[in-house]
Design a protein around this ligand. Structure first.
Ligand code: G4P
Length: 284
């Protein structure tokens, strides 16, 4: 497969991140709860050295609730502050403020020892495209927050949103490039719709998605697409053909339109109509 992230994109995103990272104490790292590994960026450790970190598992409304809990327990075992949210419906967003304080405890303590008391924590939301950064910023900012305006020493044009007297959020998110280290990562990003569908074979992607569902969530697949009931992974194509028949996806002359059926399956998989799925577990 071929992806849309080229070195040019990456260089620009990295430059922006490096510029903004200097201004903050805390990175609110947004990941997709369905693929917490593949939607994280591998360079974040070097980029965010000496910064506190808070992981936000977003789109938890689309993810498998049980596995989201496993992820939260995993992060806790690693001493990493993490929360689950549904930024679109503003669910769980309220926990972010206290999680920020928790994630920045060390910094606040360090400041206190140096006699700096009450300086607000400055945070920035970072994440790969489409993970929900703008939605989250809007959800956190709400109506009652004031924009603080430009500050001396801060790059011109940067706006800070004051959440309360102890937290300020940069209103521009940091865009991270997806991690494209292996085929599985690329496949998972493609399955949840994080990449431009035009760049790969949509039918192949649909077949891989069917195989995943057959293995991990067969009853949800069969409930939505009865013609897939009882079909094994070797029969993924038959399942796709069944979807095409059931949904009337035909070309001229009664030939099945598998491309159309693939789009239907992927849309319903991505927008939650088929159910809630998580593609990656801790310690996989
Ligand atoms: P970005 O800044 O990181 O690029 O992402 P953005 O906020 O633009 O969100 C990308 C898409 O993800 C949007 O959908 C947004 O509504 C959706 N989204 C964000 N958070 C959540 C969430 O917690 N749950 C769900 N289900 N969706 C979420 P869109 O299709 O581009 O726009 P719209 O149709 O929702 O308006």
């Amino acid at each position: 497969m071929n992806y849309q992230w080229y070195p040019g994109h990456m260089t620009k995103a990295r430059r922006m991140m490096e510029e903004n990272i200097k201004l903050i104490d805390l990175m609110i790292e947004l990941v997709d709860a369905r693929i917490p590994v593949s939607s994280r960026n591998p360079d974040i450790h070097t980029l965010g050295q000496n910064k506190s970190r808070l992981i936000v598992l977003n789109k938890c409304d689309l993810a498998d609730e049980k596995i989201t809990k496993e992820w939260l327990a995993f992060y806790e075992s690693q001493n990493v502050t993490a929360v689950e949210v549904n930024a679109k419906q503003k669910k769980g967003v309220g926990q972010i403020q206290s999680a920020v304080q928790k994630a920045c405890q060390e910094k606040i303590e360090r400041d206190r020892k140096r006699g700096i008391i009450g300086r607000p924590v400055r945070a920035m939301v970072v994440g790969i495209p489409n993970v929900g950064k703008s939605t989250l910023i809007n959800a956190i900012a709400g109506r009652n927050t004031a924009q603080t305006g430009n500050k001396p020493g801060v790059t011109k044009g940067k706006q800070w949103i004051r959440l309360n007297k102890s937290i300020e959020l940069l209103d521009t998110p940091g865009i991270l490039w997806p991690k494209m280290e292996n085929q599985i990562t690329g496949l998972h990003l493609a399955m949840i719709g994080s990449m431009n569908d035009e760049i790969f074979q949509i039918e192949e992607l649909a077949l891989d998605t069917i195989k995943f569902l057959q293995k991990e969530y067969p009853s949800l697949l069969a409930a939505r697409f009865p013609s897939c009931e009882g079909l094994g992974e070797a029969e993924a194509l038959r399942c796709l053909e069944g979807i095409a028949k059931d949904r009337g996806c035909l070309k001229k002359g009664e030939e099945l339109n598998l491309e159309k059926a693939s789009n239907i399956l992927l849309d319903e998989f991505r927008n939650g109509k088929l159910g809630r799925f998580t593609l990656e577990r801790p310690n996989d």
